[in-house]
Design a protein around this ligand. Structure first.
Ligand code: GDP
Ligand code: MG
Length: 154
């Protein structure tokens, strides 16, 4: 089977990352790696929207505090497309707890606390599809890139 160079992942700079001026740094890492940006916006989500995004964690003791943190400012929502985008995106982010994230990862380079870990990335292709539909109901941007044969063996 041909490799899927159209896999998509939802990547979000959280309010602490926006406040600390890390939007460009985080986006640049995905851009330079070779992924294709197919949607992006700065947005102030509602509490209900964030509770839906994090619905799998609603029973966790940190849930109310985490939602409060996510409501503390706008987030920068992005969809990146490319080979193994979900798994590679998670590797680029680093572990959930930044203290366990290796240097060279986004969290490993810019964060220290699990409750202030500056970025989100989908953890499975199925969840990526759900998150993209939740954050970008208006749809994604369609365009072709001239560099695709330089990024992939096509
Ligand atoms: P992720 O997929 O790596 O973002 O991690 P999870 O989906 O498990 O958790 C979602 C977010 O909840 C994390 O990115 C953290 O911001 C937060 N979180 C997870 N575990 C903890 C925790 O033990 N304490 C606190 N304060 N926040 C947590
Ligand atoms: Mg998660």
């Amino acid at each position: 089977m041909a490799p899927n160079i159209r896999e998509r992942t939802y990547i979000m700079v959280k309010p602490d990352g926006v406040d600390r001026g890390l939007i460009g740094e985080i986006a640049a890492r995905f851009e330079k790696r070779g992924f294709k940006l197919i949607a992006a916006k700065l947005v102030s989500p509602t509490k209900q929207h964030l509770e839906k995004h994090y619905e799998d964690l609603c029973d966790k003791p940190f849930f109310p505090g985490m939602i409060g943190y996510m409501l503390s400012g706008p987030v920068f929502a992005m969809v990146w497309e490319g080979l193994d985008a979900v798994k590679t995106g998670r590797v680029m982010l680093g572990a959930t707890n930044p203290l366990q994230s290796g240097p060279g990862t986004i969290r490993g380079d810019y964060a220290l606390a699990v409750g202030r870990n500056i970025c989100h990335g989908s953890d499975s292709v199925e969840n990526a599809e759900k998150e993209i539909a939740l954050w970008f109901p208006e749809g994604l941007v369609q365009y072709s890139r001239s560099n695709e044969a330089k990024v992939y063996e096509i």
